[in-house]
Write a protein that binds this ligand. Structure first.
Ligand code: ZN
Length: 479
């Protein structure tokens, strides 16, 4: 038993040190490894398989709304990046540059894409001529590079994987509709697939994307009470179109500028899954995103018939559409349990000679450790049912955690006290001016997370300056 305990003991408890717990889990669950490239990581099979499932599910949802995938180069000529003033100012501090091609210095340096608005604009300027060419609803799956000073696995790394959608439309209304549509798609994906509840809203001007007219965001709350921006969707209006000359002949034969949007979700969501659902035994994966949903663990597997039965159960479950594996390694059952728990496999099925004799096996839920005895002839149905229940319970638990860690501040003193003592979201009124927003960061240590679409009137005045309030805002400390 002493040996069986080792795996769990190898991770710091989250109450003791949440940041340490997080990095312990990503390592011990074998999601990533560090590399000799500073600030970059190897995403190992267990981590990459989660990303593949995120990709698959998001891509399916995108395509249902008419999105088509494309691929653009990873290099952006400096002159192209310079074309939109706000955009270049926003990204310049974290851009990586290519200055040489082989041994020759380049005439114009190239940046490694931090995001691809400028390349899409350059492409659209050549590709869009008529209203018949619209809308363009393109997306690319790729990696981008941002030269971050401090990095953390999945949450902030110098190179990360993402998708970036870039669309062009004939009218402002259509662009706005697409911006909101994609935000809602992200929100539904987070809640339905990742079991992560989100707050939908708009970023303040200070926090919006460089070059955007409006940025919409979904914000989620991690177990430690810090917020995580989980997906954003931007409406650019015709600002980029004017900078890049993207015009089309409309039905009335006049030349018009297109209206554009972009939207993205990244490997950061793997970090969100860990920090929303994980516990002191490791990762807990929501069944719908888990690469392996069921681990069959044979007990006394050397005894006659045990392994055969384990594989038979596996086949039955696989036929029912579940993602299932058998752990037939020569490790002890206790060690296998710890490993399955560390990796967050949603359920395990334990089965030994006595179970086989009784015609049944034991199903154990990863999140609650609840055990269910199931007869072999109903085991697939039972497992599927338990996975569904677990998915729903995980969302509800995360929602309850978020709601009980969302506070209301009526004035700045109250806000300071909450920020110091109770990690979580703080709802407070705001006048809309940046001075007050800056002051919240200085004096309270929180940033505006979003102006939620679902507004509430807590009071009529800004918590900071006392002038008439324009919005109720979610504030918090964020990753
Ligand atoms: Zn104010």
């Amino acid at each position: 038993m002493a040996k069986d305990k080792k795996l769990v003991e190898a991770i710091t408890s989250m109450e003791e040190d949440f940041a340490k717990w997080y990095t312990d889990v990503v390592k011990k669950a074998e999601l990533i490894d560090y590399t000799s490239v500073k600030g970059c990581m190897v995403i190992k099979p267990a981590g990459y398989a989660i990303w593949e499932n995120i990709q698959h599910e998001l891509d399916r949802r995108f395509k249902e709304t008419g999105v088509e995938n494309v691929y653009l180069p990873m290099f952006i000529p400096e002159s192209l990046l310079q074309k939109e003033k706000d955009h270049v100012e926003g990204f310049a501090p974290e851009v990586a540059w290519v200055t040489h091609g082989g041994l020759e210095p380049l005439q114009e340096r190239l940046c490694v894409r931090p995001t691809s608005e400028t390349l899409f604009c350059d492409f659209y300027a050549k590709d869009i001529h008529s209203h018949r060419d619209l809308p363009k609803v393109y997306n690319q799956w790729c990696s981008v590079v941002r030269w971050e000073k401090t990095t953390r696995p999945f949450l902030r790394s110098r190179e990360f994987l993402w998708q970036e959608g870039h669309t062009a439309h004939a009218t402002a209304e259509e662009a706005e509709e697409r911006t909101k549509q994609m935000l809602n798609l992200y929100a539904d994906f987070c809640e339905e697939t990742l079991a992560i509840p989100v707050v939908r809203g708009q970023k303040t001007d200070k926090e919006k994307f460089a070059g955007a007219e409006a940025t919409y965001t979904i914000e989620s709350l991690m177990h430690d009470g810090k917020a995580l921006q989980s997906g954003t969707s931007h409406n650019f209006g015709d600002g980029f179109a004017k900078a890049f000359g993207i015009q089309f002949a409309d039905k009335d034969n006049t030349l018009k500028y297109v209206h554009q949007t972009s939207w993205g979700m990244t490997t950061r969501m793997i970090g969100a899954i860990i920090m929303v659902h994980g516990d002191n035994s490791g990762l807990v994966l929501p069944p719908r995103i888990a690469p392996t949903q069921v681990m069959v663990i044979p007990i006394q597997q050397k005894k006659d018939g045990v392994l055969d039965k384990a594989f038979e159960v596996k086949d039955t479950l696989a036929k029912a559409g579940l993602r299932v594996k058998v752990d037939d390694s020569d490790k002890s059952p206790g060690w296998k349990f710890s490993e399955q728990e560390m990796r967050g496999v949603p359920i395990r099925i334990e089965l030994g000679p006595k179970d086989i004799e009784a015609g049944q096996a034991v199903i154990v839920r990863r999140d609650t450790r609840e055990k269910t005895v199931a007869a072999f002839d109903e085991i697939a149905d039972k497992a599927a049912e338990i996975l569904e229940t677990m998915q729903t319970d995980m969302l509800e638990r995360a929602r309850e955690h978020r709601d009980t860690h969302t506070y209301i501040a009526h004035n700045i003193e109250e806000m300071k006290q909450i920020a110091d003592e109770k990690p979580g979201f703080i709802k407070a009124m705001w006048c809309g001016c940046q001075e007050c927003e800056d002051a919240m960061k200085e004096e309270v240590g929180v940033t505006s997370r979003c102006i939620p679409f679902a507004q509430e009137e807590i009071s009529g005045v800004c918590v900071h300056c006392g002038k008439p309030a324009k919005h109720m805002v979610y504030w918090g400390k964020a990753y």
